[in-house]
Design a protein around this ligand. Sequence first.
Ligand SMILES: NC(=O)c1ccc[n+]([C@@H]2O[C@H](COP(=O)([O-])OP(=O)(O)OC[C@H]3O[C@@H](n4cnc5c(N)ncnc54)[C@H](OP(=O)(O)O)[C@@H]3O)[C@@H](O)[C@H]2O)c1
Length: 251
Amino acid sequence: MSGRLQGRTALVTGSTGGIGVAVARALAAEGAFVVVSGRDAGRGEEVVRSIAGAGGQAAFVAADLSKGAHAVEALAASALAAAGGRLDILVNNAAMLLTPTPTAEVPEDTIDAALATSVKSMFLLTGLLAPRMAARGGGAVVNLGSINGLVGMAHSALYSMTKAAVHSLTKSWSAEYGPYGVRVNTLAPGPTLTEKVKGYKEHLEPILARAPSRRASAPEEIAAAAVFLASDDAANVHGATLTVDGGFSAV
Ligand SMILES: NC(=O)c1ccc[n+]([C@@H]2O[C@H](COP(=O)([O-])OP(=O)(O)OC[C@H]3O[C@@H](n4cnc5c(N)ncnc54)[C@H](OP(=O)(O)O)[C@@H]3O)[C@@H](O)[C@H]2O)c1
């Protein structure tokens, strides 16, 4: 690793499991102080220990992002305090993954929970942290989108709606914060082999059969792209969608 994020501070939402863990570890391996967050304190502390064990620096802040503005404000305040009053990088990664379900069978409370967790919390958190970055003259926001935000898939309307919203927010925030030095980009993975996604094998096979690479990504491959977007290597990359999907969405 080359210390590309030495002296920077980062908050990664949803970094107690899945892709977020790999992103937190990769940012820390490049020298960033990382605030790990999620609902599960046990898994969060374990991620912090693994980062410290690898020579990095991190702290855990618990947050349930389905709980609205108060929970998001508390996360922003605690994350800023843990990071010494300044956050340079925000990775909006937390989301509700949803089992493919016909639209007509999706319960209303699932729609509300998915929008609250995957869209509203990101909207509120970025509204709290991006202006602080802008006031200091710079920062990077990486929003986790998905190929579902780009391509229609049967029985995935709700999840795809949340991810399409993320793709749209990246563009709006690029226009709003970019002139003040805050770069906002979307990282759009295709199927990525977290423990949870390994259980969706039958849903993945038709997607992977169409992807030029014919395989899913490892979480570390998504994390490498997140490091790129967060780092000065992407200094003039604003409002982009970086797909890491084995080419699925291109063909
Ligand atoms: N894996 C894929 O194949 C794939 C593909 C395309 C896009 N993505 C996107 O990549 C991101 C990460 O996905 P993933 O597969 O790593 O998901 P995951 O394994 O389900 O992990 C989700 C993370 O979000 C946290 N989280 C969930 N609900 C939360 C809540 N209410 N409040 C706070 N934190 C919450 C979880 O932590 P706690 O349980 O501790 O709260 C966990 O750390 C998501 O934005 C997803 O849409 C994933």
